[in-house]
Structure formats: structure tokens, C-alpha cells
Design a protein around this ligand. Structure first.
Ligand code: NAD
Ligand code: TYD
Length: 344
């Protein structure tokens, strides 16, 4: 297994102003004294420079506002870096159900622009492509392995699957150093409050009802973002070109149980939980086998209940952070709910 040293490298991080990207940049700068980071982010509704206030003055960090679809901009950045970690994407399944256009354009076409730039940059040693466990589709039983076929259900997952397979094709065809990661549902600080856990926590803090799709029985495997960042960093050091790696946590829980535990942590009654019409095409369960990551030297370390508690406390302590952005998604939420009512 070859070990890459990240300490003397400049790494291009795309989508670094989002949830996992901002946690990853902080993680990288903490772990590697001599690393340099260029964060390329368009600052869509999900991008937020408040996520990076504590590192913005760090001389090793540079922010470039721009679109990964901007071929000239991307081409100009590649000569300056030796590694890439690509997070930038449209990421919310509900939004992709209402309008898939930006998902195709950013997640597929944007990734294509980055892969093309990689083709012209033989000095770049690694390109970590952040895919998702959702590319496999719903898992009735057992656990998906990396060689199982992709069968995405939502326009989001299909766009991610398109990019995932394009990454693979660019490795096979051009020998590019692309490594694909497929993490399960992340949670933790700085997650945009339209996603399930921060939505439930912030709604509960506001004394609002907690909307559970369907019967609340869908299952996700919850991965703490710190564990996720360790997996990504390890893949940058040791991941083999052309390989895909699942990243899971072993924290499978039905949504209603997660919401219940959040109520308990906040001292709120579980009667805040409200069953609402189901998401269209709602995948019942995601589950991956991460044995390949274990072979690389990674395993999740955080206990779910401790991580959930830390997350809830973080949202309690950072109400200013989420209040400022939650308003931005209210229009979408109202539109989404109306759209669903119309279909019932
Ligand atoms: P996020 O929505 O919080 O952040 C996405 C970031 O990408 C934002 O900062 C946004 O401004 C930026 N962005 C969007 N379009 C862009 C464009 N065209 N050009 C440049 N920047 C752009 O997302 P996240 O939850 O942090 O997810 C990061 C990555 O991890 C995504 O690729 C996602 O598919 C993948 N992933 C997420 C999870 C999860 O649970 N959050 C799980 C598995 C995989
Ligand atoms: P989400 O955070 O959107 O992640 P994903 O759909 O990509 O897994 O949703 C996680 C789970 O929570 C999923 O089963 C849908 C469900 N959910 C609700 O029940 N209510 C909500 O308001 C949201 C946003 C999600």
C-alpha cells in the first residue's frame, strides 16, 4: 500500500463551504501542519462562509468563489494543486424531486469538468470523488458491497451515480488517479437544517412539529461527520486509484427512533412527532459493508448516542448560525409541502 504524504501538498477542496467540506477543511488543517487548502465553492444556498470563520485567517487556507462548471477557472486552479477532494454537489433529495436540473448540471456535468481538468494535470497525485451510498438504491436485506450494481432511486442519487460511474470510466480510460468514496448519511455540526437530523433538532428547539415521512420507519445508517472526515483523509493518503470504498457506521435506526432520541435529549415530548405524506420514491433502507475501508485502516470510532448528544448541544449553542440560514429554506419547504398536498 503506497502512503501519500499530505503535509507538503496543496489540496483543492470543492464545495468546502458546505457541511462535510467545511468539517473536512478544519480536520485537514488541524491534522497537517504544512498542508495548504484551496476551497472552490459557488456559495449556493447550502454554502456558507460562516462554517469556516475559525480558519479564514489561516495563511494555509484560500477561498475562491466559483462554479465547478466554469472550465477556465477550474483549469487555472489545477496547476497549483497536487490533490483534489471533490464534495461540491446539489445534495438534498427533496429538492431533486421538485427540480432535478441543477443536480444533473452540478453533480454530473460539474464533475465532468473536474475530471477533464485532471486529464490535463498529470502532476495531481490523487482525486477523491465523494459519491454516496445512495447510488446502490434501497437495500432490502444484507449490505451492499462496492462491486454491486448501482440502482439509484431519486434524481439526486441518479446524478451522483452518473458522476460516480464517470469517475470510474475516467480511471479505466485515461488511468487517472480517481478514488471513489460512498459514505452513508452524515450528521454533526454545520449541517444545513433542511436535512433530517438538524431539521428535527432545530424544529424541536423552536417548539415546532417534527415531520416524519410515511410511517417514520425508513432506515438510515448514521455516520458522524468526524468519522467521515477521517475516512476521507485516509483515502487521500492510501486509497487506490480506480477503487470505490463504502463508508458506513453500523448505526442503523428508523427515522422515528432518531427523532424520539432527539426529543429525549432536548427534554421535549415525543408527541411533537407528526407523520406526514411520504417522500416520492422513498428508499426504505441504506446499508453498506465497509470492510474495504477497514482493510485500509479505518473504522468508525464515535458512539451514535454520544455523537447525537454532541450534535444536539452544538445546535443548541449555535442558534444564531442556523436561524440565519433556516429562513432561506422556508420558502422551499412551503413549496415542497404544497406540491405534495396537490398530489394526494
Ligand atoms: P452541502 O449541500 O452541505 O454542501 C454542498 C456545497 O457545494 C455547498 O457549499 C455549495 O455551495 C457547493 N456547491 C454546490 N454547487 C456548486 C457548484 N456548481 N460549484 C461549486 N460549489 C458548489 O453538502 P454535504 O452534505 O456537505 O455533502 C458533500 C458531498 O458529500 C456531496 O457530494 C454529497 O453528495 C456527498 N454526501 C453527503 C452525505 C451527507 O449525509 N451529507 C452522505 C454521502 C455523501
Ligand atoms: P435526508 O436527511 O433528506 O437524507 P437522505 O434522504 O439523503 O437519506 O433524510 C433522511 C431520512 O429522513 C430519509 O428517510 C427521509 C427522512 N426525512 C423525514 O422523515 N422528514 C424530513 O423532513 C426529512 C427532511 C427527511
Amino acid at each position: 500500500m503506497t502512503e501519500r504524504n499530505l503535509d507538503d501538498k496543496t489540496i483543492l477542496v470543492t464545495g468546502g463551504a458546505g457541511f462535510i467540506g467545511s468539517n473536512f477543511i478544519r480536520f485537514l488543517l488541524r491534522r497537517h501542519q504544512a498542508v495548504r487548502v484551496i476551497n472552490l465553492d459557488k456559495l449556493t444556498y447550502a454554502g456558507n462562509l460562516d462554517n469556516l470563520r475559525d480558519v479564514e485567517g489561516d495563511s494555509r487556507y484560500e477561498f475562491v468563489q466559483g462554479d465547478i462548471r466554469d472550465r477556465e477557472l477550474v483549469r487555472a486552479l489545477f496547476p497549483r494543486v497536487q490533490g483534489v477532494v471533490h464534495f461540491a454537489a446539489e445534495t438534498h433529495v427533496d429538492r431533486s424531486i421538485i427540480d432535478a436540473g441543477e443536480f444533473v448540471l452540478t453533480d454530473v456535468y460539474g464533475s465532468f469538468i473536474l475530471f477533464e481538468a485532471l486529464k490535463g494535470a498529470p502532476h495531481v497525485e490523487f482525486f477523491i470523488h465523494i459519491s454516496t451510498d445512495e447510488v446502490y438504491g434501497s437495500c432490502d436485506e444484507g449490505f451492499f458491497r462496492e462491486n454491486d450494481p448501482v440502482a439509484p432511486s431519486s434524481p439526486y442519487a441518479a446524478s451522483k451515480a452518473g458522476a460516480d460511474r464517470l469517475a470510474h470510466a475516467y480511471h479505466v480510460t485515461y488511468g487517472l488517479p480517481l478514488v471513489i468514496l460512498r459514505p452513508s448519511n452524515n450528521f454533526g455540526p454545520y449541517q444545513y437544517p433542511e436535512k433530517f437530523i438538524p431539521l428535527i433538532v432545530t424544529n424541536a428547539l423552536e417548539g415546532k412539529t417534527l415531520p416524519l415521512y410515511g410511517q417514520g420507519t425508513n432506515v438510515r445508517d448514521w455516520l458522524y461527520v468526524e468519522d467521515s472526515c477521517r475516512a476521507i483523509e485516509l483515502a487521500a493518503r492510501r486509497g487506490a486509484a480506480g477503487e470505490a470504498y463504502n463508508v458506513g457506521a453500523g448505526n442503523e435506526l428508523p427515522n422515528i427512533e432518531v427523532a424520539g432520541r432527539i426529543c429525549d435529549l432536548l427534554g421535549k415530548g415525543r408527541d411533537l412527532i407528526k407523520l406526514v405524506p411520504d417522500r416520492l420514491g422513498h428508499d426504505r433502507r441504506y446499508a453498506v459493508d465497509w470492510g474495504k475501508m477497514r482493510e485500509l485502516g479505518w473504522a468508525p470510532e464515535t458512539k451514535f448516542d454520544e455523537a447525537l448528544k454532541a450534535t444536539v448541544r452544538w445546535y443548541e449553542a449555535n442558534a444564531e448560525w442556523w436561524r440565519a440560514i433556516k429562513d432561506r429554506s422556508r420558502d422551499f419547504k412551503a413549496f415542497y409541502e404544497q406540491n405534495y398536498k396537490d398530489r394526494q
